[in-house]
Design a protein around this ligand. Structure first.
Ligand code: SPV
Ligand code: MN
Length: 628
């Protein structure tokens, strides 16, 4: 290393931290770090190895510098993001694109030179008076073909602490690899901090450089914008996967345990806040991961791993009845970061739907809070934010799957797509084959927006494979990649679609929260070819007798024929309208749409129209059963 550079590193890091870098013996790591020390100009630098001592240093820093506060229960802390910094900022998340490169209208880009200049301007001297944390992590299990190692630079001890819970430590992996250069890099600065939160949110930016595998994030604290290994890395991974032969998906991975003794693994893609975590946490089943999965073809079958080792979950509605296992982790001693909940006078967290009642007052993301408090626009400020979260290690959960860290991954039997859909799709259905599933379930996914991203809630939006927010390749290319991936399998998983949000015409939900367990068990039996199903134009749907048996077995509930008919009535007009919307979306916004997408969707529409001519707008599953 150049002597001047080495001097700077030594000076900022101190002997001990410098030594940690020296041991890595990696030129690219050193260049990366020194470059951003020069730019961001921190007072000092801490290097996180895989040791418990280093993890605890960061935990303590988060308390010392006020990014987190201790709560009543041992190991519990709370962190607040700014009032306007409570969710992912899709509008300001952009790809740095070389001149002439365009990913189509659905993916935001910015001229690379201009974007780099802007973000570097925000990063310049942004760490004055602060400490820089340099952290090494690994996406996916350690030492496996799925592993991608990463370096995170951040001036936020909360971000570094969260990553220590959410990811596997990767310092030793770097050490083993020596002087290599293929790793992901993240640079984050919360910017100027005022009253504990990022002051300049108007300059909040997340800029992604796919070629250089680096993501920059400034003037924000919310984990979805700052924790590099989460959605920022997912964007880099999708791009890398597209060049290689695997998939990076917004999916849980979980095991369903059939009473006969077998375990069948599922992956499931759902937009944020649409039941992904609660599905992966079903009582009696086991979790591998709740948010991001990498999928690979091994000998013609799909194997999946959890990219993460923790959960950054929505806390709203977590209560002892609906989520007993999370509830236990959140109410007993052990490491948990609560974010944007209300802190009561007893120094306990309180959140919407925790069934303990909303306190009269406390501290929340708006500061001192009392019931009825309104914001500058006169809107009610809820006690806890709707997108308030908890961060916990999966190892803390009793339902952690024994294969959760297996470097081979788990064999995938089923893939599920789900969205927030109040009036179209039945609660569960099975595709006819891989292509049909990819195109009519994954590629046609729509969902009503939630508090997980900034902007209006409840607006129905197209969300390709629940991964649209993170796509870093043109949409048509991404769909083709899935089709191609499937065509190389000799034993493809079965693709299903679920809808937990179906309502009747009065606006009441037609299913209960726990019913998803029955749908999962039905899918599991279908994968093992144990039961029949009814063929409809949109897919195979369950027979009443199987659901009746499963409701009794899984939930000890009588399931009536009336419920079944209401839930599984084919809503023909709504389905046709959806197909038309999806086709229009692709025609307008996806210049590289594969032709086969239109063929399959048009075919499905035809099937629906034929049936409609004979049976009308709403067709009972009893009729469908005998109609062909
Ligand atoms: C999501 O919004 O999909 C999440 C949380 O999983 S975030 O980190 O914001 O992406
Ligand atoms: Mn997510």
């Amino acid at each position: 290393m150049e002597e001047k550079i080495m001097g700077l590193l030594k000076d900022k890091c101190g002997e001990e931290n410098y030594k940690k870098l020296e041991l890595l013996n990696n030129q690219k790591v050193n260049d990366f770090i020194t470059g951003y020390i020069q730019l961001c100009n921190p007072d000092k630098v801490f290097v996180r190895t895989d040791s418990e001592e280093d993890a605890s240093y960061i935990r303590n820093k988060a308390i010392e510098n006020g990014e987190e506060k201790k709560l009543g229960i041992d190991g519990h802390t709370v962190h607040f993001d700014g009032y306007y910094d409570q969710a992912r900022d899709k509008g300001n998340t952009k790809y740095l694109l070389a001149k002439g490169v365009d990913f189509g209208p659905s993916i935001k880009g910015i001229d690379k030179e201009a974007g780099l200049a802007e973000i570097k301007d925000y990063l310049k001297d942004s760490m004055g008076g602060k400490e820089m944390y340099i952290c090494f992590f690994c996406l996916g299990p350690l030492d496996s073909e799925f592993s991608i190692v990463c370096v995170q630079i951040t001036d936020s001890s909360y971000v570094a602490h969260s990553e220590g819970i959410l990811y596997r430590s990767g310092y030793e992996s770097f050490k083993k690899k020596g002087n290599f250069d293929k790793f992901f890099r993240f640079v984050h600065s919360a910017g100027v901090i005022e009253s504990g939160v990022s002051k300049n949110v108007a300059q909040r930016r997340v800029y992604v450089d796919l070629q250089d595998r680096i993501v920059f994030s400034t003037n924000t604290q919310y984990a979805g914008n700052t924790v590099g290994l989460k959605k920022l890395a997912l964007r880099l991974a999708i791009y890398q996967a597209s060049k290689e032969d695997w998939l990076a998906e917004h999916m849980f991975v979980m095991g369903i345990h059939n009473p006969k003794g077998r375990v069948t693994y599922f992956t499931g893609a759902f937009p944020s806040a649409c039941g992904k975590t609660s599905t992966s946490m079903l009582p009696g089943e086991t979790i591998v991961g709740d948010d991001i999965a990498y999928l690979r073809n091994k000998e013609g079958k799909i194997y999946a791993v959890n990219v993460e080792s923790g959960i950054f979950g929505i806390i709203r509605d977590v209560n002892p009845e609906s989520d007993p296992l999370i509830w236990e982790a959140l109410t007993s001693s052990g490491e948990v970061i609560f974010s944007n909940v209300l802190v009561t006078e007893k120094n306990a967290p309180s959140w919407l739907g925790d069934e303990r009642g909303i306190p009269e007052s406390g501290i929340n993301y708006s500061g001192e809070w009392v019931k009825g408090k309104k914001d500058a626009k006169g809107n009610d400020i809820t006690s806890s934010h709707k997108n308030a979260r908890y961060t916990v290690r999966i190892g803390r959960l009793k339902n952690r799957d024994v294969m959760a860290d297996d470097e081979q991954g788990v064999l995938v039997g089923g893939i599920i797509y789900g969205g927030r859909d109040s009036n179209i799709s039945v609660p569960v259905q099975e595709s006819f084959d891989w292509k049909h599933g990819v195109l009519t379930m994954g590629a046609s996914l729509e969902s009503e927006t939630t508090a997980a991203t900034l902007g209006q809630e409840g607006v129905r939006k197209f969300n390709l494979m629940a991964n649209l927010d993170f796509l870093s390749i043109p949409l048509g290319k991404y769909i083709n990649k899935h089709l191609d991936f499937g065509s190389k399998l000799t034993s493809a998983p079965i693709i299903f679609a679920v809808n937990y949000f179906l309502k009747n015409s009065k606006g009441d939900y037609l299913t209960e929260k726990e019913d998803k367990h029955v749908w999962m068990r039905w899918m599991e039996e279908r994968i093992h070819k144990e039961i029949d199903a009814i063929k409809t134009p949109t897919g195979f749907i369950p027979e009443y007798k199987d659901l009746k048996r499963l409701f009794k077995e899984v939930l000890d509930r009588e399931y009536s024929k009336e419920e079944y008919i209401e839930q599984f009535t084919l809503r023909v007009t709504e389905n046709i309208a959806k197909i038309e919307r999806v086709i229009a979306e692709y025609k307008a916004n996806v210049p590289d749409s594969p032709q086969v997408l239109f063929e399959v969707l048009e075919g499905q529409k035809q099937g629906l129209e034929t049936l409609k001519a004979e049976y009308g707008d709403y067709i009972s599953p009893e009729v469908l059963k005998t109609s062909r």
